[in-house]
Design a protein around this ligand. Structure first.
Ligand code: FMN
Length: 184
């Protein structure tokens, strides 16, 4: 059976793809990768049209989404014109090198995209790990509420990503799947 949840994402070097896979593990979502030309796979737009929830994912490049993701955003204006995604659930995630790195700016871009499409935004719904005893591997160590944030040191490979961040991504995926079940 096709999943009611799609994850549409771009990843230049494989790190955001790893996060997307973890969100998919938690949510059972279908992955739709935007390629280096900023294009969806052939079935992509139809899959999005059939989805109950769409999760947007992009690396943070220069404090915003990648140009490939922005091309997808601008192409989605055709869907916007007929309000094709109205009342679908939406959520977003971004990965970058810095612990901060202006990731919130990217999440705001994804949120604004969802609101232009009249979608219903799902937050992380997770408490932060922000106590003295908290460790980098704890769930939601980056303390993000608006959407999922993960941070990968600039010289780390996708296989060296922080396990706690990937667990946070799985839990975020579970919350999106729960939201789909609850809201129908
Ligand atoms: C063009 C470019 C711009 C970047 N800008 C930022 C930035 O603004 N903030 C940050 O923390 N990291 C920045 N980075 C680092 C990436 O976010 C980081 O390497 C990330 O893991 C890349 O994800 P990807 O492998 O999915 O492309 C930038 C990397 C590139 C290539």
């Amino acid at each position: 059976m096709t999943s009611p949840i799609s994850i549409v994402f771009h990843s230049g070097y494989g790190h955001t793809a790893k996060v997307a896979q973890a969100v998919a593990q938690g949510s059972g979502a279908t992955l739709l990768a935007i390629n280096e030309q900023g294009e969806l796979p052939p079935e992509g737009w139809d899959s999005l049209a059939a989805s109950r929830a769409i999760v947007f994912g992009s690396p943070t490049y220069m404090g915003s989404v990648s140009w490939q993701f922005k091309k997808f955003m601008d192409t989605s204006s055709a869907v916007w014109a007929r309000q094709g995604w109205k009342d679908k659930l939406a959520a977003g995630f971004t990965n970058s090198a810095g612990i901060n790195g202006d990731k919130l700016s990217t999440l705001h871009t994804l949120f604004t995209l969802s609101q232009q499409h009249a979608m219903l935004w799902v937050s992380t719904g997770m408490m932060p790990s922000n106590a003295k005893a908290s460790a980098r591997d704890d769930v939601n160590y980056l303390a993000s509420f608006a959407g999922l944030m993960t941070a990968t040191p600039a010289d780390a490979t996708p296989d060296e990503m922080v396990a706690g961040d990937l667990e946070t991504a799985r839990l975020f995926g579970q919350r999106i799947a729960d939201s789909v079940r609850r809201l129908g």
